[in-house]
Design a protein around this ligand. Structure first.
Ligand SMILES: NC(=O)c1ccc[n+]([C@@H]2O[C@H](COP(=O)([O-])OP(=O)(O)OC[C@H]3O[C@@H](n4cnc5c(N)ncnc54)[C@H](O)[C@@H]3O)[C@@H](O)[C@H]2O)c1
Length: 432
C-alpha cells in the first residue's frame, strides 16, 4: 500500500498502518507529501527507514516508481487533490481508501463516481462511523418499524476551533481553491461525518440508503476571518418527507459536544458524544444502548482494517462508497444555495477565548450553545428568534435541482459579499 500525505491527518494514517503492519495485515511501501522536507520528524517517528517506506515529494513520481508493487492506496491529501489522486490511482488499477469528504462539488463527485465504475474494487470513503455495529443494528431496527415511521433527524455539534485552525494550510475556510469548488466548513469538513450519519439514518430504502435533500433553508455565519461559514443552522425536508435540523459551530466555548437525533412516530433516539445512546417514549427513557466511538487513531485503524478485509473478500462492500456520498455532497451544496450571504458576525457579538487548551486564541459567539439547542427544539433560525447577532432574511429555502454552474455563480455572490466586510481587529473584541 502507499499513502498520499505524511503530515496533517495523514500522520494518523501512518500510525494506524504501522500498527496494522505489525499484524502483517498490510505492508506500506511508499508515501508522498510536497512538504516532505519539513516532515523529517514524522518520517522518523513512523520509522520509514527501517520499515522500508520510500518517501517522495510528488504523488505522480511515487506512483510511477511503485505502482507495479502496489495493491491499494490511502489518500489523505487535502480535499482539492482528491479527484486527481483518485483518478490517477484508479487508472493504474489501485484500490483506494479516500479520506472524507471525497469532494464537496456535486459535479466533481459525479465525475469521480464515473471514474470509479470500471475499478475492480469500489473506492471506500473514510467517513468514520457508518460501519459501527451498533449503528447498523439501530438502522435495521428503525427500518423494521420498531419505533414507528421516521419523522425527523437532526445533528447539533459544538467543536471549538482556534483561529490557527483556519490558517493551518492554504485551503481551510475557503469556498474555492483556484477554480475548484471547495466549500470547506464546519459541516463540509470536520463534522461532515455526522451529516453523512444523519442522512444514512434517514435513508428508508434499505440499510445502504442515504436520504437526499429535497428542500433546504439555512443561515450561514462566520466569526473567523474566512470566506466560508464556521457556524451553520439548517432545516428542511429529505426524500420521503423526513424533516431535518442541523446546528453546527466551531465558534463556541464548548470544546467538543454533539448529539445525533432520530425522531420516529413512537420514539426519540438520541446519540450523544458520551457513547451512551438512549431511546425514549413519551419523554421517558426506555432503553440505553452503547453507542461509543473509538478515539481517532483507533477508529482510523479499525476503518482501514475493515477496508483491507473488504479487499480480501471478507466483507461485501465498503461502508461508504463514492455514490453513497451523493446525498451528503448535495445537502452541503444546498446550504450555500439556500443562503443569500454568509453573514459576518459583528465584533460586538464575539468574545476571544485566550490561552485555549486546544491550540490558541479562539473567536466564540457567547451563548451560541443555547441558540443551537433552542433551534434543535423549535426549529426557529437565529433571525426568526431575533438573536442579537443574526441577520433577517438570510433564509431562503432552496428546492430545485442544482443546474450546471448554479453553485459556481452562487459562490461568486457569496465571495463578493465576504469581500465587502471589513477585516476584524482582534484588539477590539472583548476577552471571554
Ligand atoms: N477521518 C477523519 O476523522 C479526518 C480528520 C481530519 C482530516 N481528515 C481528512 O483528511 C484529509 C487531509 O486533511 P488535513 O487537514 O490533514 O489536510 P492538510 O492540509 O493538513 O494536509 C495533509 C498533508 O497532506 C500534504 N499534502 C498537501 N498537498 C499534497 C499533495 N498534492 N499530495 C500529497 N500530500 C499533500 C500536506 O503537506 C500535509 O502534510 C482531508 O480530506 C480531511 O477532510 C479526516
Amino acid at each position: 500500500m502507499a499513502v498520499a500525505g505524511i503530515g496533517g491527518f495523514a500522520d494518523l494514517h501512518h500510525l494506524a498502518l504501522s500498527k496494522l503492519e505489525e499484524e502483517n495485515a498490510v505492508h506500506v511501501v511508499a508515501a508522498c507529501d510536497p512538504a516532505l522536507e519539513a516532515l523529517a520528524a514524522q518520517c522518523e517517528a513512523h520509522r520509514f527507514g527501517s520499515r522500508g517506506v520510500a518517501a517522495y515529494k510528488d504523488f505522480e513520481t511515487m506512483l510511477a516508481l511503485h505502482a507495479r508493487e502496489l495493491d491499494a492506496i490511502a489518500i489523505s491529501s487535502p480535499i482539492p487533490f482528491h479527484r486527481e489522486h483518485h483518478s490517477m490511482s484508479v487508472g493504474l488499477g489501485l484500490a483506494c481508501y479516500l479520506e472524507k469528504p471525497p469532494t464537496l462539488d456535486p459535479e466533481e463527485l459525479e465525475d469521480m463516481i464515473a471514474t470509479d465504475l470500471p475499478a475492480a474494487q469500489p473506492t471506500a470513503v473514510g467517513f468514520n462511523h457508518i460501519s459501527q455495529p451498533w449503528r447498523l443494528r439501530l438502522k435495521e431496527r428503525v427500518l423494521a418499524g420498531e419505533f414507528g415511521r421516521i419523522v425527523e433527524v437532526g445533528f447539533s455539534g459544538f467543536w471549538r476551533r482556534p483561529i490557527g485552525y483556519f490558517a493551518r494550510n492554504g485551503w481551510a475556510g475557503k469556498l474555492m481553491f483556484g477554480d475548484k469548488i471547495l466549500l470547506d466548513s464546519c459541516c463540509g469538513n470536520a463534522m461532515s461525518h455526522y451529516l453523512h450519519n444523519m442522512l444514512f439514518h434517514a435513508g428508508t430504502g434499505g440499510l445502504w440508503d442515504w436520504a437526499h435533500p429535497v428542500e433546504v433553508a439555512a443561515e450561514l455565519y462566520r466569526s473567523n476571518d474566512i470566506e466560508s461559514p464556521d457556524t451553520i443552522f439548517a432545516r428542511g425536508t429529505l426524500e420521503g418527507g423526513t424533516q431535518f435540523r442541523i446546528a453546527a459551530t466551531h465558534a463556541c466555548e464548548t470544546r467538543l459536544r454533539q448529539r445525533e437525533i432520530i425522531r420516529c412516530a413512537e420514539a426519540l433516539i438520541e446519540i450523544p458524544e458520551d457513547g451512551c445512546g438512549t431511546i425514549s417514549r413519551r419523554g421517558e427513557i426506555i432503553e440505553r444502548f452503547p453507542a461509543a466511538s473509538l478515539p481517532p487513531p483507533d477508529l482510523l485503524r479499525e476503518n482501514l482494517r475493515e477496508y483491507l478485509a473488504f479487499l480480501a473478500g471478507e466483507r461485501s462492500r465498503p461502508s461508504s462508497t463514492l455514490a453513497d456520498c451523493r446525498a451528503f455532497v448535495s445537502l452541503n451544496a444546498r446550504l450555500y444555495l439556500a443562503s443569500s450571504c454568509i453573514h459576518r458576525i459583528d465584533d460586538a457579538h464575539l468574545s476571544l477565548l485566550a490561552a485555549d487548551d486546544f491550540g490558541g486564541i479562539t473567536l466564540i459567539i457567547p451563548g451560541i450553545e443555547q441558540t443551537c439547542e433552542d433551534f434543535m427544539t423549535d426549529g426557529m433560525l437565529p433571525s426568526e428568534r431575533g438573536s442579537a447577532w443574526a441577520r433577517e432574511g438570510s433564509a431562503r429555502p432552496f428546492s430545485g435541482e442544482i443546474a450546471p454552474d448554479l453553485l459556481r455563480q452562487q459562490i461568486s455572490r457569496l465571495q463578493a459579499c465576504a469581500r465587502e466586510a471589513p477585516p476584524r481587529h482582534l484588539d477590539k473584541i472583548r476577552k471571554a
